[in-house]
Design a protein around this ligand. Structure first.
Ligand code: UDP
Length: 310
């Protein structure tokens, strides 16, 4: 199969690209390298069935045929999307629109990389796909949340009007090797701080929760959504339902790194979701998938990866 993968130099993008390549598919990867990494490009360039185009997804001209488009291009870490608000909104709105428009009369499947952030600061927990969310439309995080929600609305509009095979994956917190150390997200921050024996920066009181999925589990899920012939559910939560408080993530990382760091408490960023945990019953049924790697096991692998850079 021939795959167009946008955001190919990102953390998840580079891993899923490798999976497609190893399975013998051809991949055209697109990235503007705003937050994606050149190093990931280096890894992928080793595959003969890989091609790369540096461009914004909103400017990409799809003049070739593909079997599948996997649209992951967007800033994804709060630090990045707050720094690049307009670029984030553009990739998710104009970028998604551009891709959908290019395939409206073709038989190309489009898998849209959405996010648990569409649920905002949820008033129900765990979050199932039918929940509409609780998003502040004008807060700092809205550039990401609202543009991802708009991207989902676009996908569904094209599906309803042109019967395109669109699939929306709501990706919950994912971690593992190839995350950027300076990414700003909690796991790279804590591991880097612990390895350098610096204080771990817990925002707020640390009682807010997240549910962390190891990259290998996430790649398997995305691959299955992309390659399954017929699908009943177009919108799927993908993530690990093991929910944990941020303060406990800090404690586990201190233990696993045998670090002498302390924990310091900083103020909580605005609109930081208090609870986040996916219901994954749909994914279990639709793609016969559930995560296999425990948080401790995944953190050990991630710590080993980060040690190389300290
Ligand atoms: N967080 C933290 N310390 C950090 C980075 C993040 O306590 O150094 C918290 C953040 O406030 C949030 C959670 O960890 O409650 C996850 O944040 P992250 O930026 O990884 O992703 P999010 O799930 O908010 O998109």
């Amino acid at each position: 199969m021939r795959i167009l993968l946008t955001g190919v130099c990102g953390f998840i993008g580079s891993h899923i690209a490798e999976k497609f390549l190893k399975e013998g598919n051809e991949v055209l990867g697109v990235d503007n390298l705003l937050t994606g990494r050149e190093e990931n490009l280096g890894i992928l360039s080793g595959y003969k069935n890989f091609e790369f185009k540096k461009t914004n997804v909103e400017d990409f001209v799809a003049d070739q045929d593909f079997d599948i488009i996997l649209h992951l291009a967007s800033c994804a870490s709060p630090k990045d999307y707050i720094k690049y608000p307009l670029e984030t909104m553009s990739a998710n709105s104009k970028g998604t629109w551009n891709l959908l428009e290019s395939i409206k009369s073709k038989k190309i499947r489009l898998v849209y990389g959405s996010t648990s952030e569409v649920y905002g600061d949820p008033l129900i927990t765990p979050q199932h796909e039918e929940y509409y969310g609780n998003v502040n439309p004008v807060g700092e995080r809205s550039v990401y949340d609202e543009s991802k929600r708009f991207g989902e609305a676009l996908c569904m509009a094209y599906y309803r009007k042109f019967n395109i095979d669109v699939r929306i994956i709501r990706i919950f917190n994912t971690y593992g090797p190839r995350m950027k150390m300076e990414d700003g997200r909690v796991i790279p921050n804590f591991i880097t701080q612990a390895l350098k024996n610096e204080d771990l920066t817990v925002y707020g009181d640390g009682n807010q929760t997240r549910s962390f999925c190891y990259i290998d589990d996430m790649v398997e899920a995305i691959y299955r959504v992309c390659t399954k012939e017929n699908i009943k559910e177009r919108i799927l939560n993908l993530g690990n339902p093991y929910e944990i408080k941020i303060i406990d993530v800090a404690r586990i990382i201190l233990k696993l790194t045998s670090s002498s760091s302390d924990i310091k408490f900083l103020s909580l960023p605005p609109d930081d979701p208090k609870r986040r945990c996916p219901v994954i019953d749909r994914a279990k049924k639709e793609i016969e998938w559930e995560p296999r790697i425990s948080l401790e096991e995944g953190l050990k692998k991630t710590i080993e990866y980060f040690k190389r850079f300290i």
